[in-house]
Ligand binder design. Structure first.
Ligand SMILES: Cc1ncc(COP(=O)(O)O)c(C=O)c1O
Length: 415
């Protein structure tokens, strides 16, 4: 028998067999094996009672993760960016004023998406490596009177974690809605959708939630859900005489939260076909967190993040950014002068099968980013990464403290 070939006569590629990697970058991280097992479960139809009950369970599980009682808590199919875009396109109408505090790459992403939605976008900026002080945000809210304030909680590009405790109250006082991108922070840092008065929050699975990218959990306050429902337009072909159009139609069909609410709600009005295997993954990620307990999971991220930070300092390296406002789950490390950051990353991958990251824009080639999140917020993953990092840096002639990384991290664990 001849080997099978493609149309061009080339060999049919082998079945996929990825190398074993320890993903210690800023995300994606190695998914929890339980999540991967859940994803390989058989498919059921989208209106199978098993599927609809999984959907309802997933809504309830994510209420726990977001710390909310919001009825409208569900998944947007797509990566975290789909969640962000669904939130912004469903709220913003052309001409709306939107305020974005920008302290890294993902703040710029919010600006770009809001502009595409036709908003008049204003920003308050902080240098990369810092957060935006509340006073500056409040002053801008008072001056600009935005309809929406859109902010990132943990900006992965700089590792900074914007304090949110008082922002909801500031927004309410000035009649603005508050949107938060919690993609990089949720599950590994304190987050309180209800207590902090957050109207919309979105996330992704590939960071502290321990899954693959491809599903975006979202939660909407009643206030936000009402704004979105006031723009409800049901598609021709499934609409009935009772479906009356309201307000300005949301500019995206796929990311139209009014229609997605109808799909996840008791109407089960057909929209997309829910990405079943991703729903299994998202449900398992939230189950893992609920079993561990959210506070315990956040504390786990704090401890392993502290151990990694102590470890890189113990090697004699410098941390980038304000350590008092760093996310628990990722640390940025200055690349020493004369060292090619990409060569180090390549050696980490080739010699030790460990992936670490660099950053974007002004920080590209200036910092490495090392994550300790989700399934990889573990002692063995931290110690192994530090030991390998020491060997790679030493081989490149960098003056580092021998054994300093692992022993500093162990000291944190011993406390
Ligand atoms: C804070 C933040 N927002 C949004 C995104 C975009 O996520 P995705 O690549 O899943 O669309 C990322 C990805 O790293 C992120 O860190």
């Amino acid at each position: 028998m001849t080997d099978p070939t493609t149309r061009d006569g080339g060999p049919v590629p082998h079945q996929i067999h990825p190398p074993q990697r320890l993903l210690m970058g800023p995300g994606p991280i190695s998914a929890d094996p339980r999540v991967l097992r859940a994803m390989s479960a058989p498919l059921v139809g989208q209106y199978d009672p098993a599927m609809t009950s999984y959907m309802n369970e997933t809504m309830e599980l994510y209420r726990t993760v977001f710390r909310t009682r919001n009825q409208q808590t569900f998944l947007v199919d797509g990566t975290s960016r789909a969640g962000i875009e669904a939130a912004l396109v469903s709220i913003i109408e052309p001409g709306d004023r939107v305020l974005v505090p920008v302290f890294g790459r993902f703040g710029h992403l919010l600006v770009e998406i809001a502009e595409r939605c036709g908003a008049e976008v204003h920003t308050v900026q902080a240098p990369w490596g810092e957060i935006v002080p509340d006073e500056l945000i409040e002053e801008a809210v008072r001056r600009i009177e935005p309809r929406l304030v859109a902010v990132v909680q943990g900006d992965t590009s700089t590792t900074m974690c914007q304090p949110l405790e008082d922002l909801g109250e500031i927004c309410r006082r000035h009649g603005a809605l508050l949107y938060v991108d919690a993609t990089a922070s949720l599950g590994g840092n304190h987050f309180e959708a209800d207590r902090w008065g957050i109207d919309i929050a979105t996330a992704g699975l590939q960071k502290c939630l321990g899954g693959p990218s491809g599903s975006a959990p979202i939660t909407l306050s009643n206030r936000a859900a009402q704004v979105i429902s006031a723009r409800r337009h049901v598609e021709a072909g499934i609409r009935t005489d009772d479906d009356i159009d309201h307000g300005r139609r949301i500019a995206s069909n796929y990311l139209d939260l009014a229609q997605i609410i109808d799909y996840w709600g008791p109407k089960r009005l057909n929209h997309h076909t829910e990405a079943t295997s991703m729903l299994y993954a998202a449900r398992e990620c939230a189950r893992l967190l609920a079993e561990e307990g959210l506070d315990t999971a956040i504390e786990r991220h704090r401890v392993h993040g502290a151990a990694m930070l102590a470890g890189v300092r113990g090697l004699g390296l410098r941390i980038f950014g304000d350590p008092d406002h760093k996310m628990n789950n990722v640390v940025a490390v200055h690349i020493p002068d004369g060292v090619d950051g990409d060569t180090v990353r390549q050696a980490m991958l080739e010699d030790f099968a460990i992936e670490i990251g660099t950053s974007f824009g002004p920080l590209h080639g200036r910092v490495w980013r090392i994550g300790t999140m989700g399934y990889n917020a573990r002692t063995d993953a931290v110690l192994l990464t530090l030991a390998a990092f020491e060997q790679v840096l030493r081989a490149m002639g960098v003056a580092i403290t021998a054994g300093g990384g692992v022993s500093a991290a162990k000291e944190v664990y011993g406390r």
